[in-house]
Write a protein that binds this ligand. Structure first.
Ligand code: NAP
Ligand code: MG
Length: 402
């Protein structure tokens, strides 16, 4: 069979540990036999990042801006232990953080549903995709411990030096705590556009919620910016696509999410997204079944698995022991990236291949062949736990039959 040809290169970001092992196997078994892969390869493995003073991460993000689509392997975010383990020159920043800052993107996390793995909320028959605003609020806050007898004020000095003041609290009777937070109209606008674009891309409704009744300026600004951008730039496109934008209060949203069947994108402020994405991931079954895509307001896409480098499995692998690591989210990162590349370049066969790759993966699990993490969760009767490699082989066999 002739291999599928590509036009524009895909930006390929390799990574670390067990996911790096999976990366090579996955390419060899599921991509290269079928696609004449055109990729611009960036090695974001920790050794290469250290060698290049992390320039490689910046270069990979710039290449993503240039070509429009990237697929990324999980990477180590260094800490003190890793400094010694890899003999690092510096404690390099999280590659995901660096890439996100350069692309100004929003991360969308979505579970992959399969028969036999029932969500903890059984009425969730369709995925719930979470979008987290990854800038500001409590994550860039300033805090102080306040002694009794102090008075705390909010003071803003404008360009001309004019001060506007408001009392936060008069700590006459007790010591206490204060916190200063900020966000930017530009960042909220980027977040809104990424969400509206991704909703159109996925043909899914978009929900957004804040606490604007209590926070009449801070949270209300989020609501207002979303409304304004929707009304002026997206309303007609949403109508044409048959999808809706729905705004409500955060507590009402939580209640509706629990009662829903899923099938929408839930845009969250930074803290809400941090908390809710862990709840959604757990409720759908497994972190290894979560995909993640970074979407920039300019329409640039970077696909990856939501989980990390699965370090514990890697150490087993290094000792020569057999592993049973789930490659599904990484497979879906590849299928997502290839489909997007196919859409942008008008290559139908590439989009069809992405669909088949996903179908072969899901069919394999629904036929009872799965890795250890899913084996523990699955309610299928004829289930079989297989190794990391055997799972990829089983997907390969199904893929050749489709
Ligand atoms: P992790 O790699 O996500 O793994 C945590 C645990 O979750 C694993 O030990 C394993 O549980 C289970 N698990 C996760 N993915 C799995 C998979 N595909 N198949 C089977 N089980 C899976 O998180 P971590 O151990 O906290 O972090 C390891 C490294 O990853 C760190 O250096 C961190 O910086 C990095 N990280 C990178 C990213 C990213 O690049 N996007 C995200 C998160 C973390 P059992 O051991 O019980 O089997
Ligand atoms: Mg969290």
């Amino acid at each position: 069979m002739a291999k599928i040809q590509m036009k524009t290169p895909l930006v390929e970001m390799d990574g670390d540990e067990m996911t790096r092992v999976i990366w090579q196997m996955l390419k060899d078994k599921l991509i290269l036999p079928f696609v004449d892969l055109k990729s611009e390869y960036y090695d974001l493995g920790l050794e290469k990042r250290n060698e290049t003073n992390d320039q490689i991460t910046v270069d990979s993000a710039e290449a993503t801006k240039k070509y429009g689509v990237a697929v990324k392997c999980a990477t180590i975010t260094p800490n003190a232990v890793r400094m010694d383990e890899y003999n690092l020159k510096e404690m390099w920043k999280s590659p995901n953080g660096t890439i996100r800052a350069i692309l100004d993107g929003t991360v969308f996390r979505q579970p992959i549903l399969v028969k036999g793995i029932t969500p903890y909320i059984p009425t969730w028959t369709k995925p719930i995709c979470i979008a987290r605003h990854a800038y500001g609020d409590v994550y860039k806050n300033v805090e102080m411990i306040v002694e009794q007898g102090s008075k705390a004020e909010l003071c803003v000095t404008d360009q001309e030096g004019k001060e506007s003041r408001e009392t936060i609290f008069d700590f006459k009777n007790s010591s206490g705590i204060i916190q200063g937070m900020h966000n930017l109209d530009s960042s909220i606008s980027s977040f809104a556009r990424s969400c509206f674009n991704y909703a159109l891309d996925q043909k899914m409704d978009l929900w957004f919620a804040t606490k604007d009744t209590i926070s009449k300026k801070y949270d209300h600004t989020f609501k207002d910016i979303f409304t304004k951008i929707f009304e002026t730039e997206y309303k007609e496109k949403f109508e044409a696509a048959g999808i809706t934008y729905f705004y409500t209060l955060i507590d009402d949203a939580v209640a509706r999410v629990i009662r829903s069947n899923g099938g929408y994108i839930w845009a969250c402020k930074n803290y809400d997204g941090d908390v809710m994405s862990d709840m959604i991931a757990t409720a759908f079954g497994s972190l290894a079944m979560m995909t993640s895509v970074l979407v920039s307001p300019a329409g640039v896409y970077e696909f990856e698995a939501a989980h990390g480098t699965v370090q514990r499995h890697y150490y087993k692998h290094l000792k020569g022991e057999e592993t049973s690591t789930n490659s599904v989210a990484t497979i879906f990162a590849w299928s997502g990236a290839l489909r997007k590349r196919g859409e942008l370049d008008g290559i139908t066969e590439l989009c069809d291949f992405a669909d088949k790759l996903e179908k072969a993966t899901i069919d394999t699990i629904e036929a009872g062949i799965m890795t250890g993490d899913l084996y523990l969760l699955s309610t299928l009767e004829n289930k079989q736990k297989v190794s990391t490699e055997a799972f990829l082989d089983a997907v390969h066999d199904r893929l050749t039959e489709l």
